[in-house]
Design a protein around this ligand. Structure first.
Ligand SMILES: NC(=O)c1ccc[n+]([C@@H]2O[C@H](COP(=O)([O-])OP(=O)(O)OC[C@H]3O[C@@H](n4cnc5c(N)ncnc54)[C@H](O)[C@@H]3O)[C@@H](O)[C@H]2O)c1
Length: 350
């Protein structure tokens, strides 16, 4: 059993808690932090969490929990990670790890210097069908991987802070592209060095400074290409798709729209709406178990098993830092309109 302190009571704090408490799990969120006492108390009551606090340092330093999960806006990740490292606490952080690779590198160094367990909560390499696809790829069933295309598009984020470039560290690339980049990296091979990026990004729709659309290509040292496509202005829900092309085979994954369940209701049907769907009613594409389909359950199984077994999980702060370095180079490429080198002061692969 793992006793967890959840930092944040928004969308992802709720999804994580649902996944952690799913089925007959013995792992428990035992303490929740929100800066608003009302939100903390309401979250605790809703999800059966014993205790709450409106003090971040108290939540992190609490002696009766084994690990903290950071489910706070991007500009608060570093502050929370540093406090966890100082308190000697195991720490799991949502994506993106940092707003920049400089932030991510400081976080990686801090947890490694403190010797604490660290996990990067990149759920989209953990959906059951992605895990199955990764097994096939690693067994060589698709031959040499040449090209991975990963797409995440939706109408735009649900909270104000995402739209603030300073708080978020960017727009659709840092928010959605971080998933696509790590999905491609997982299929191509995490020991293969990502070398350079060319990226287009623009603000086509929303009245914001950051990009609401982008397409990028990441070139790996073995010649493979990881392509990401992101939008904060896509209409019709959330489009989450991956395509893997190898010399001996092809893999297509669709995680959200058209997953095999299609339903029409002439009424307003709140039952069957999914995250980021624009309408409740008419033709809908429900997802049977949203947290499972997004990989949260399998992700926490890996994270918490790794903690128990004294090993590293599949996704650590090192992976978060590599993703941030690719995102940084993508932003540089938008400005320069050229291929930009990915700057990795620490590289642990081939
Ligand atoms: N699939 C995923 O892995 C996934 C999905 C969504 C969000 N996220 C990540 O989770 C993090 C939170 O996103 P979210 O969607 O839950 O956001 P949210 O806005 O729904 O929730 C954010 C939480 O942080 C709190 N908060 C905001 N500003 C604060 C401040 N200044 N001080 C203290 N608390 C503050 C809010 O009250 C809320 O409890 C982000 O880093 C985001 O990128 C990950």
């Amino acid at each position: 059993m793992t006793r967890i302190a959840m930092l944040g009571t928004g969308l992802i704090g709720s999804s994580y808690t649902q996944a952690l408490h799913a089925g007959r799990s013995r792992d428990r969120v035992q303490l929740v932090y929100s800066r608003s006492p009302e939100n903390a108390a309401a979250f605790a009551a809703k999800w059966g969490v014993d205790r709450w606090t409106a003090n971040l340092d108290d939540a992190i330093g609490d002696d009766s929990t084994d690990a903290v999960i950071i489910a706070l806006p991007n500009d608060l990740h570093e502050r929370a990670v540093m406090a966890a490292a100082k308190a000697g606490k195991a720490v799991l952080c949502t994506k993106p790890l940092g707003r920049s690779s400089a932030e991510a590198l400081r976080m990686l160094r801090a947890v490694e210097a403190a010797g604490v367990f660290h996990g990067y909560l990149e759920d989209l390499v953990y959906p059951p069908k992605t895990l199955k696809g990764l097994q096939s790829v690693q067994a060589g069933d698709l031959g040499r991987i040449l090209w991975v295309r990963s797409r995440e598009t939706h109408p735009g984020p649900h909270s104000d802070w995402f739209w603030n470039q300073q708080r978020a560290g960017g727009g659709a690339i840092i928010d959605l592209g971080c998933h696509c980049i790590e999905i491609a990296r997982a299929f191509i091979g995490k020991d293969i060095r990502p070398v350079e990026v060319v990226c287009w990004g623009d603000t086509q729709v929303h009245p914001i400074e950051a990009e609401d659309h982008a397409i990028g290509m990441v070139r790996y040292e073995n010649g493979a290409i990881g392509q990401f496509e992101v939008s904060w202005a896509f209409r019709g829900g959330m489009d989450l798709r991956d395509e893997v092309a190898g010399t001996e085979g092809t893999l297509w994954l669709n995680h959200w729209l058209r997953t095999g369940m299609e339903m029409y209701s002439a009424k307003d049907s709140a039952q069957c709406t999914t995250e980021k769907s624009e309408r409740s009613g008419g033709w809908m594409f429900p997802v049977g178990d949203e947290v499972a389909a997004l990989g949260y359950n399998t992700m926490f199984t890996d994270m918490l098993d790794a903690m128990d077994q004294g090993r590293q999980p599949s996704e650590t702060f090192y992976d978060g830092y590599v993703v941030n370095a690719i995102v940084d180079a993508s932003y540089r490429s938008i400005q320069s309109k050229r291929w930009e080198t990915i700057d990795l002061p620490i590289w642990r692969g081939r």
